[in-house]
Design a protein around this ligand. Structure first.
Ligand code: NAG
Ligand code: NAG
Ligand code: NAG
Ligand code: NAG
Length: 430
C-alpha cells in the first residue's frame, strides 16, 4: 500500500488513530429547578456548561492567507498548494481554505484523514487523483482502465481519506490509450454529478492530450497539473489552457535548479538578489505571476518546525512582484520546445532505456542509486525524468552522431504531441 515510489519523497507513516476533535454539543437545560438546591444545581450546570463550551469549542481556523484563482466550472483553487504527509503546520500557516495535494498511489489517505478531521474538512481544499497509464504504483493494477475501475479507485481514495468528496479530482497521468482516457473521464463526470468531486482536472497532459479529451468531455476540464517551472515551460499547452479556461498548476517546479541547465542559475540568482529573496521564492513568484498555481511540499516528520519555516518562505513568495522584464528573462530560460508530460509514459521510459544502454547519464533517483542498476527493468525502475545533474550532458550524449539513428528510433516517434525534441530532455531529466 505505502510502497515507496520515486514519484515522491517517502517518509515513515504513523497511521495510529489520533484523537478526534469532538463536535461542540449544545447542552439543552430543560429541567425545572426548585428551591435552594435547585438554584445551586442550575448554578453548577451553568458553570459546567461554560467550562464545557470553553474547553470543547474547536479553535476557529486561522483566516485564509492564500489568494484563489477562478476555475471555469465555478468556484476557485488556491494559488499555493502543499504536498506531503503531515499538514498541521501547513493548515496553521495557510489558514482557512489551505490546499493539499495527494494521489491514490501515495497510499497516505489513512494518515491524512485524521488531520482533515481535526482542522475541519470544509476548511481544506483537497486535491487528489487516481492511477492511469505508466508506471509502477502510478499505474492501475488492472488494465485496460474503464469507467467502473476508475470509479472504484475514486471510491477507495475517498474512503481512505474518510471524506465524501474531493475538491479537485485528477488523472495522475494520461492513460495508455485515448479511449481509456475518455472512459476514465466519464467516471469523473459521474463522480461530479454524484457530489464526489467538486472540480475535475488532469495531470501531465500535453496540448494534444487535452485536445483529444476535449472532443469527448462534457464537463469542463478545469485544471491541468504538470511539471512547470523556470526552464520547464510548455508554452503550447499554456496557450491551449488559457484559450480553454483550464487553470495550470505546477509541481516539482524546483527540479531544474538541480540540473546542469546552462542558463538557469544565473538568471534566477539575478532576479532573487534584486528582490532580496531566495532562489526558490523567485522561481515560485515567476509561476504565480504567470498565473499558475504552485504545489510545494515538505517531508520532515521528525521536525515539524522545519516545515513551518519552509511554509512561511513559500507564502512569502506570494508577495514578491517581478517586473515584466524579469518575467521575460525567466521565460527565456526555457530553451527549445518542451512538453509538460513527465517521463511517466511508456514512450519516455523506452527512450530513457535506450539512452541508458548508450551510456548517456540519466541521473540518480531519490535514494541516491543509479537508475537501471537493478536488472535494467524499466517497468519496475522507471526513469525519474527530472533533476538530473548531468541532464545537459545526457542530451549531448543523445546527439552524438553515432547514437543518432538509435536515439531517433527510440525517442523520435512523432505522435501523441511528442517528438524527438521534447522526448530527449524529458528522458534526460533536464
Ligand atoms: C472494466 O474492467 C474490469 C476489470 O478488467 C472488468 O471486470 C469490467 O467488466 C470492465 N467493465 C466494462 C464496462 O468493460
Ligand atoms: C494573469 O491574470 C490576470 C488577471 O486575470 C491578467 O490580467 C494577466 O494578463 C494574466 N497574466 C498572464 C501572464 O497570463
Ligand atoms: C554526473 O557525472 C559525473 C562525471 O561523470 C559523475 O561523477 C556523477 O556521479 C554524475 N552524477 C550522476 C547523478 O549521475
Ligand atoms: C521486470 O518486471 C516485470 C513486471 O514486474 C517482471 O515480470 C519481470 O520478471 C521483470 N524482469 C526482470 C529482468 O527483472
Amino acid at each position: 500500500m505505502s510502497k515507496c515510489m520515486p514519484n515522491r519523497i517517502c517518509s515513515a507513516m504513523d497511521t495510529a488513530a489520533e484523537a478526534d476533535t469532538a463536535p461542540l454539543h449544545r447542552v439543552d437545560a430543560t429541567g425545572q429547578a426548585h428551591g435552594r438546591w435547585g438554584r445551586i444545581g442550575i448554578c453548577l450546570l451553568t458553570i459546567c456548561l461554560v467550562l464545557v463550551l470553553a474547553v470543547r469549542r474547536p479553535a476557529l481556523p486561522p483566516p485564509r492567507k492564500v489568494p484563489s484563482r477562478p476555475l471555469s466550472g465555478g468556484g476557485s483553487i488556491p494559488a499555493l498548494l502543499m504536498g506531503g504527509d503531515d499538514f498541521s503546520e501547513w493548515f496553521e500557516a495557510a489558514g482557512s481554505g489551505a490546499a493539499i495535494q495527494t494521489f491514490y498511489s501515495y497510499g497516505n489517505g489513512p494518515h491524512i484523514a485524521p488531520q482533515l478531521r481535526r482542522f475541519g474538512r470544509s476548511n481544506v481544499f483537497v486535491s487528489t487523483g487516481i492511477p492511469c497509464g505508466c508506471c509502477g504504483a502510478d499505474s492501475p493494477s488492472v488494465e485496460p482502465m474503464n469507467a467502473s475501475l476508475a470509479m472504484s479507485y475514486i471510491d477507495r481514495e475517498l474512503a481512505e481519506l474518510q471524506t465524501g468528496y474531493a475538491d479537485l479530482l485528477l488523472f495522475h497521468h494520461r492513460c495508455r490509450t485515448e479511449s481509456e482516457t475518455a472512459s476514465v473521464w466519464e467516471a469523473f463526470e459521474a463522480a461530479k454529478r454524484q457530489g464526489k468531486a467538486r472540480h475535475l482536472g488532469v495531470s501531465n497532459f500535453n496540448a494534444h492530450d487535452l485536445e483529444v479529451l476535449s472532443s469527448t468531455a462534457v464537463e469542463p476540464i478545469e485544471v491541468l497539473e504538470a511539471h512547470f517551472g523556470v526552464g520547464m515551460m510548455d508554452w503550447e499547452v499554456l496557450g491551449y489552457a488559457r484559450a480553454h479556461g483550464i487553470h495550470p498548476v505546477a509541481f516539482a517546479s524546483l527540479s531544474e535548479a538541480h540540473t546542469d541547465h546552462p542558463t538557469l542559475q544565473r538568471a534566477v540568482s539575478r532576479v532573487a538578489t534584486a528582490h532580496g529573496v531566495t532562489a526558490t521564492q523567485a522561481m515560485y513568484a515567476y509561476l504565480l505571476q504567470r498565473n499558475l498555481s504552485v504545489i510545494s511540499s515538505c517531508f520532515h516528520p521528525e521536525d515539524p518546525q522545519k516545515c513551518a519555516r519552509y511554509y512561511s518562505f513559500d507564502l512569502a513568495a506570494l508577495d514578491v512582484s517581478l517586473s515584466a522584464a524579469e518575467l521575460e528573462v525567466l521565460d527565456g530560460v526555457t530553451a527549445g520546445r518542451r512538453t509538460c508530460t513527465d517521463c511517466y509514459t511508456d514512450e519516455c521510459q523506452r527512450c530513457a532505456a535506450t539512452l541508458h544502454a548508450l551510456g548517456c547519464p540519466l541521473g540518480v533517483n531519490g535514494w541516491g542509486t543509479t537508475w537501471w542498476s537493478v536488472g535494467d527493468n524499466f517497468t519496475e525502475h522507471p526513469a525519474w525524468g527530472r533533476g538530473n545533474e548531468n541532464g545537459t550532458r545526457c542530451m549531448a550524449c543523445a546527439a552524438v552522431p553515432s547514437h543518432r539513428a538509435e536515439v531517433e528510433r527510440a525517442c523520435g516517434r512523432a505522435d501523441r504531441g511528442e517528438s524527438l525534441e521534447t522526448m530527449v530532455p524529458k528522458a534526460c531529466g533536464v
